[in-house]
Write a new protein. Structure first.
Length: 504
């Protein structure tokens, strides 16, 4: 049985009340920024605020909030470099598990296994499409290599999105050096069946709609190169970074800390941001600089609507959630999984209101156990629905869960009699319906785009507050989250050189 990574050892409470940097929020960008800054010698505290943990408890199981697909580190050069600085590259590479096959397409009249091995993939495509198989295989091979064309651009560490006119001018100059960045990304001509892979895009980004070629050309290409999962999903990666933060002498307030990890408000003195107030605590934690790593709506709730903060509020209001990923988990005996069913499926159900459905299979995790149970599987099915669905009440969400379960039953017709538990996070996870953090929202950001990538500026109207949330580079998905954290650490360092930090 695979063993999950050890949970962080959490100190009883923070070791101090004054820091160089406080990171607010449980997103990956903030965890990356906190760990990097601690590694570089700064006094750092991360306050989780909105972290959702390894999963939610229902029955005797610990279940995922949503499917999570991660590319290999080598497809994200700048991110790989940051993990190498933290000494975590080997740990991640050993922990990432490839889906088998990399992706399975379930179409109305065909099942296609997209295998990592090119020869086997060609044979599979020829089995399904006959003489067209060789052409389709070439299309997939080219698509899986497209991210390599943009690697040189990202290795230059572009200021994306740019802060101000000078950075925008420099960015446009960089873009002109790489004309391939603006080339259209397609998966075959005409009615190519590979076009269905474009429906995977919202599952690997946070953008409600792509405005240009780069998001698809980079994020889809990375996943087509090799789709993997990390134990514990997104939260597993975040907790790995949190453990490293603690090892480096940083402090962490999270859900299992002796003190609350919920921020009640950002604290201002004379219009200047000076720290945070923790819920149900008399402690005021002060810092010279702060990094916001929670969704803008959640950060907005921590700020009093007063004139000095009006410009910050206007910045945060540029981002709007348009859709979110609604998931259903089936817990079934492993023997009930149909023979040939892959670990990751893109399922064309024919249901226009619920298209597409991404399905991911995991070994079950029981509450209180450190090991995965390979005799029981969790089938997680996710579909994007309008943000307004949350306002339609529990009855509507229950109908939504039932419709997804109906499609699962069509896919696995004999599994229902072996069903141990059916669960939906928005119905069965305590506090999730009104959660501070949506597992996978799609944002629309009212800002200028570059190569189809747009997002919130990391530099805010408050000179000592920087953003490192998933709304900075939503079109770049997981890589964008980490890039936001890497750049936020850089911005903090540059700002602290210009102005003396708090006395150490």
């Amino acid at each position: 049985m695979p063993v999950l990574p050890p949970r962080p050892k959490i100190a009883a409470g923070p070791s101090r009340r004054v820091y160089d940097v406080i990171v607010v929020g449980g997103q990956l960008g903030g965890a990356m920024a906190a760990a990097l800054l601690a590694k570089r010698g700064y006094r750092v505290m991360l306050v989780e605020h909105d972290g959702m943990g390894y999963g939610y408890e229902h029955g005797s199981f610990l279940l995922p909030y949503a499917p999570f697909v991660a590319p290999q580190l080598r497809t994200m050069p700048q991110v790989e470099e940051a993990f190498a600085e933290l000494g975590l590259t080997t740990t991640i590479q050993r922990s990432l598990k490839s889906h088998v096959p990399d992706l399975q397409l379930i179409l109305p009249k065909a099942r296609i296994d997209l295998l990592h091995d090119e020869g086997k993939r060609l044979a599979e495509l020829q089995r399904v499409f006959g003489n067209r198989g060789e052409q389709l295989n070439a299309e997939l091979k080219n698509a899986a290599a497209r991210h390599e064309q943009s690697d040189p651009f990202f290795k230059e560490r572009p200021e994306l999105p740019p802060n101000g006119v000078l950075e925008a001018w420099a960015l446009k100059k960089q873009i002109r050096k790489y004309p391939a960045l603006e080339a259209a990304f397609d998966l075959g001509e005409g009615e190519s069946p590979m076009g269905v892979l474009l429906e995977l895009l919202p599952f690997v980004t946070y953008a409600a709609a792509a405005r240009g070629p780069l998001p698809a050309a980079r994020t889809l290409s990375q996943v087509l190169k090799s789709s993997t999962r990390y134990p514990g999903g997104r939260e597993g990666l975040r907790e790995l970074l949190c453990r490293r933060l603690l090892d480096l002498g940083g402090d962490l307030l999270w859900r299992e800390s002796a003190e609350s990890s919920i921020v009640e408000s950002l604290t201002f003195e004379g219009g200047k941001l000076v720290g945070i107030q923790i819920l149900r605590s008399d402690n005021l934690y002060r810092s010279a600089y702060m990094v916001g790593a929670t969704d803008s709506a959640a950060l907005r709730r921590l700020i009093a609507d007063k004139k000095p903060q009006r410009k910050l509020i206007e910045l945060l209001d540029l981002s709007v959630v348009k859709q979110f990923l609604f998931a259903v988990n089936w817990v079934v005996d492993a023997d009930a999984i149909p023979r040939g069913m892959g670990d990751l499926l893109l399922f064309d159900t024919g249901d226009q209101d619920l298209e597409p459905v991404l399905i991911q299979l995991h070994n079950a995790r029981r509450i209180g156990s450190k090991a995965e149970d390979d005799a029981v599987r969790v089938v997680t099915a996710g579909v994007f629905v309008p943000a307004t669905a949350r306002d339609l009440g529990e009855g509507y969400l229950k109908l939504l869960a039932d419709r997804i379960s109906s499609h699962l039953n069509d896919l696995m017709p004999f599994a229902k009699q072996h069903l141990l538990l059916s669960s939906a996070p928005y119905l069965d996870a305590g506090g999730v319906r009104g959660a501070r953090l949506l597992p996978h929202p799609l944002f629309e950001v009212d800002a200028e785009d570059y190569l189809g990538v747009t997002g919130l500026s990391q530099e805010t109207p408050l000179k000592n507050l920087f953003l490192a949330n998933r709304e900075v580079l939503p079109g770049l998905g997981l890589e964008g989250e980490f890039l936001a954290g890497i750049r936020a650490a850089k911005l903090v360092q540059e700002a602290m050189r210009k102005k003396d930090p708090l006395k150490r």
